[in-house]
Every structure is written in structure tokens, then in C-alpha cells.
Write a protein that binds this ligand. Sequence first.
Ligand code: SF4
Length: 412
Amino acid sequence: MSITEISGKVRSGGRLDPSEALELYSNASTSLLGLLADEFRARRHPDGIVTYIIDRNVNYTNVCVARCNFCAFYRPVGSEEGYVLGFEEMFRKIDETIAVGGGQLLLQGGHNPDLPLEWYEDLFRAVKARYPAFRLHALSPPEVIHLSRLTRLPVPQVIERLIAAGLDSIPGGGAEILVDRVRKLLNCYSKATADEWLDVMRHGHMSGLRTTATMMYGTVETLEERLDHLFRLRDVQDETGGFTAFITWSYQPEHTELGGGEATGIDYLRTLAISRLVLDNFDNLQSSWVTQGGKVGQLSLAFGANDMGSVMIEENVVRAAGASYCMDEIEIVRNIENAGFVPKRRNMHYEILGDPIFRERAVPRMLELAVARAEGDTTRPPEINRYAARSTTEKKARLTGAPPEGLRRPGH
Ligand code: SF4
């Protein structure tokens, strides 16, 4: 089919097949791709509303045994720079989030062998006991699989236990590209194969949870493999309808073992646009301004996105790899309005919560993103000793009574 015929099919509500999507993605002009995606967005969201959420991205530990080669965030077990956040620190972060109008934590972290399932359950219960209405959007599929392996419980049982403790929804992280050839090259095949990642989402949806889906592109994959990823997501969404939104961002190469360059802004906009067209059963596509910057983030509203994602209060993962854009609510709202849309606050389920909060009451401005831990701060949360150690480093530390190198209090 020619590009004109495929465009006509898309405009009349037809479904793209893989070869048509590849033809558009490879050969359509950027302006045409943008126009088709924008028309799709306008059909799906005719009210001109662009949403955003106020939440906080908390990375509870950077200690990880998975060692993905594109990741600049993790530290190996025993590293002096490893950290685990304490429950009290999490409560402080929640208090700060509530102060700026937020109602949710996006909680993700490394695969730390010394944090058993009970640690997560205790944390979730403690949060819910203290902040009953606060939402926990937590633990991407590879973290759920990691817990399933640690406990030797099947994934559905791990999910049920997490729900019972207070889990509200699952973020779509750790998907990278859902093609096993790529996952092997990125050293993330053993943390979760493509099928395993999708299965966690299926189980989550069947347990009544809503989840998001993501794609990190720009490493070693081909355009066909990016499209495979999108079609696999579309198939699961056809089955379950459980995804609320899709977010794509480009690989951030700084400080990673894999190295290489970063995809261009044009590549981002083309990838966003083709995602909007292929994922015709997803209601919402987010702009990834944290990796692309505010201006490309704003432009993405003309390339299929209808949501500006999160008003970031904290970011650790992509910042470790060199991206560090920050916008508070005032700036996000300005970007939405200047692009001709109506800004509305939402929750994880994309229910509208209201107008911008800074127009209702004074909120502190956030001109810089917070980090999980200040450099050199290796304080050790007291409750960690309640849980059995699994790593040799942690076991040794318990025997000698000294905290492991990476979790030493300053001055000790
Ligand atoms: S991407 Fe996640 S799982 Fe992979 S090394 Fe980094 S923290 Fe660990």
C-alpha cells in the first residue's frame, strides 16, 4: 500500500498492520506522521484537554543484581554508593508531595536481594495506615518477577499479596524493547523476557489493577523491533483493556556501560506519532519531557500526546544517565496552554481531579528536582535489620555488627 493509501486508512479509523506501520514509520514525512497522530488524538480527546499528574518518583533502592548495561542508576550489592530508603524518609517524601497537591508515589527501585517481599508489604501497610487516600503506583514487572523469584511464589500470588498490602497500580517500567534478541544484548533478558513482562501485566489486569506501558528505544533495536514492541502491547490491550497509558522515551547513554549516542528529537516525535497510530486501543499517550526537555515535550502535544505526565518532584534514574529537565506545575501548565490546550490535573486512572492547584492556593515552586540521597549520604534505615539478609555482604555485616560498606552512617 502507498503512504497515501495507508494515511487514508488511518484517517477512516482502520487498523494498521505491521507492514503498513513500517512503511509509515520509515518513509512518511515527519509532518505527515505528526498530522495523522494529531488527528487521531483530536478524535480520541475532542475536548482539547491535556492532563498531568502531581506525584513523586521515588527510587527506594539503587542496589540491583540485574546489571542492565543501559542503566546508569544501579549500584552492585556492597557498593559504597548503594542506598535503601527508610520508612521515615518515605513518609517525609509523601508529606512533601501532599504539600504540592500530589496524591501518589511512583515507587520503583533496583532488585535488592536484601529486601524481601515482607519489606514491601510492611512499607505499603505503613503508608496506607498513615495516608489512607494516598496511592501507590509501584513495582514495575521486573521487580514483581524479582520478588517472585526471591519468594518462590508464582507472580499472581505476589501480586495478590502486594494488593492486600496496599498496591494500587503497576508502572510500565522495565519494558525497554519487548523483543528477546534486544533484551539479550541489553543484558535485561534474565530480569524479564518479553513474555514474562507481558504476563505480569496480564496478571495485574486480571487482578483488577490498571497499569501503564513504556518503551525505551534508541539502543540496539531496529525500527521493526520497535514496532514489534508496540504490536505486542496492542495485543495485550485487546485482551485485557488494562493499560491506561503509554509512555516512550529515548535511551540516555551517559555513564552507562553500553554507551553510544542519544536519539534525536525528530526520532522521538516520529516514534511518538507512530505509537499513537499503532496503539489505537490506548486512550492516553504521555509526553516524555523529562528526557526530551520542555520544548520538545510541548511539541509532542502536536504528535499524538494528550498528557504531560508527572509534575516531577524527584528523579533519579534518567538523571543518573544525563537527563535532568525539571518543570513544576506552573511551567507544565504554561506549556500546555501555550500549545492551545486546556490543562487539567488527573489521577493514575486518568480521572480529572480539577484545575491547576497553584490557581487554587499557594504551592511552593520547585525549580530543581530532588534526589533520593544527597551525595555521600549513606545512612542506613533502622528497620532493615528486621528482615533476613540474603547477600553475603549484608550477612557478613550483620555478623560483625558493622553495616555493609554501602550502608554506613556518616562518621562510622
Ligand atoms: S534498569 Fe532497573 S533492573 Fe536494570 S540495572 Fe537498572 S535498576 Fe537494575
